[in-house]
Design a protein around this ligand. Structure first.
Ligand code: HEC
Ligand code: HEC
Length: 365
């Protein structure tokens, strides 16, 4: 681009000089025989004008015609955590792909506007946005981001006992976290979300999980997580946004939330990932109260576990989970519903302590 500007500047300069000379020669020719010099000067002026028009055209022609598009690129924070793909390069994708990626990102950010209770495309989700749980459109380090999605799917998931595609995994969140119904896997919305996930996966090798992706695994407590202590933390650190009744605050536009609900009819259902205490605690540890980051967390591990216990002891939408975890031995330790492959109670699986459960499992193997 800089070359264009230089040529433009030089041409304008030459034109100015030519005009000044023209005037000077005219003045001369009035008196002496300056006429003979005017001919070549006129053709120089024509050439200069033509150059100017050409350069102006260069500015209008899309730059990818004469500049090779830079490759799409992943970004990392100073500590080496994955932090999304470089958004300044989206514009270099070819048009169709770019539009899909941008629409996919838009659907992650403003899911409710398109698909919520008053959705403009369809009405099939609970009013939350994917971004409420997958922060910064799924790019925040340790913010439940999508860094490992494109590189690790399709993969065998023990919840179904089957190999699952990205589309199936996305629909899991539609049916559980957004307590809604699955998207048509061949529809425009799913294609856009997949295109966005693929673009986010730029530069991440197949089967690898970049540092900082997903949710952190907190160390287990030696005691059960304590909902009563959690209630006190909730009052001190969460009610200002999520409210006493956990119902959050609707955004002015009404189609979504400024502060999303944490339980009740409009929240995630009992089959959602966040309903497991380890996922909830790991998520809030690095992300809540709003503004917290992995570098600057605002809860201790204990507080995170206890507030998880409090929130996940409240009423929320039900879901039939009978098909889940066909192999009992693969059920996560903190899954709150039996049957289990061991004799520990549902209460201990839900709240812990988890270590005795895991030790019993390893000694049985
Ligand atoms: C209520 C919170 C919540 C909402 C809302 C939500 N998700 Fe999720 N999502 C989760 C949790 C929790 C996980 C599991 C993370 C884990 O197991 O570490 C997850 C996992 C995923 C994964 C798999 C990530 C991986 O690396 O395996 C994808 C893909 C995904 N969600 C897509 C979406 C999409 C698309 C939406 C919106 C339609 C959405 N989610 C909305 C909480 C949510
Ligand atoms: C300053 C306001 C604020 C405070 C305080 C706050 N949150 Fe949040 N919380 C938010 C916002 C905003 C989001 C959605 C983030 C987004 O969309 O980018 C959110 C999202 C969440 C989510 C995922 C979405 C959902 O509704 O399930 C959970 C879980 C959560 N917060 C838990 C907590 C807990 C627990 C605390 C207290 C330790 C807390 N938050 C304190 C503003 C806040």
């Amino acid at each position: 681009m800089i070359v264009h500007w230089l040529i433009l500047f030089a041409t304008v300069l030459i034109l100015v000089v030519l005009y000044v000379m023209d005037d000077a020669l005219r003045a001369l020719s009035d008196r002496a025989d300056g006429e003979s010099a005017l001919g070549p000067l006129r053709s120089s002026k024509r050439i200069a004008w033509a150059t100017l028009v050409l350069v102006a055209v260069l500015f209008v022609v899309p730059k990818e015609l004469f500049e090779p598009a830079p490759p799409q690129m992943a970004t990392y924070d100073a500590a080496g955590n994955w932090s999304g793909a470089d958004t300044t390069r989206i514009e270099f994708l070819d048009r169709e792909q770019r539009e899909l990626v941008l629409y996919g990102r838009e659907l992650i950010r403003n899911t409710a506007y398109y698909l919520g209770p008053n959705g403009t495309v369809s009405q099939q989700t609970n009013g939350m946005n994917c971004q409420n749980c997958h922060l910064d459109a799924g790019t925040k380090p340790w913010g439940n981001n999508y860094g490992a999605v494109w590189s690790t799917y399709p993969k065998l998931r023990s919840r179904t006992g089957r190999v699952e595609s990205v589309a199936k995994r996305v629909n899991d969140c539609f049916e559980r976290s957004l307590n809604g119904t699955a998207l048509d896997t061949t529809g425009h919305e799913m294609l856009a979300i997949k295109a966005y996930m693929e673009w986010l996966g730029t530069g991440i090798e197949t089967k690898t999980k970049p540092q900082g992706s997903g949710i952190v695994d907190l160390a287990y407590l030696d005691r059960p997580a304590d909902p009563e202590h959690g209630a006190a933390i909730f009052t001190a650190k969460c009610v200002s946004c999520h409210q006493d009744d956990g119902q959050g605050v609707k955004a002015l536009a009404g189609s979504t939330y400024q502060y999303p609900p944490l339980w009740g009819d409009h929240s995630y259902n009992i089959g959602a990932g966040l309903y497991r205490l380890s996922r909830f605690a790991g998520y809030v540890k690095n992300n809540m109260p709003q503004g917290a980051t992995w570098e600057n967390p605002q809860l201790t591990d204990e507080e995170a576990w206890d507030v998880a216990a409090y929130v996940n002891s409240q009423q929320r939408p039900d879901r039939d989970l009978t098909g889940d975890w066909p192999k009992l031995a693969s059920k996560p330790t903190d899954h709150p519903f039996g049957p289990y492959a061991d004799a520990f109670t549902e209460a201990q699986h839900k709240y812990g302590p988890y270590r005795p459960i895991e030790e019993a499992k390893t000694s049985a193997e």
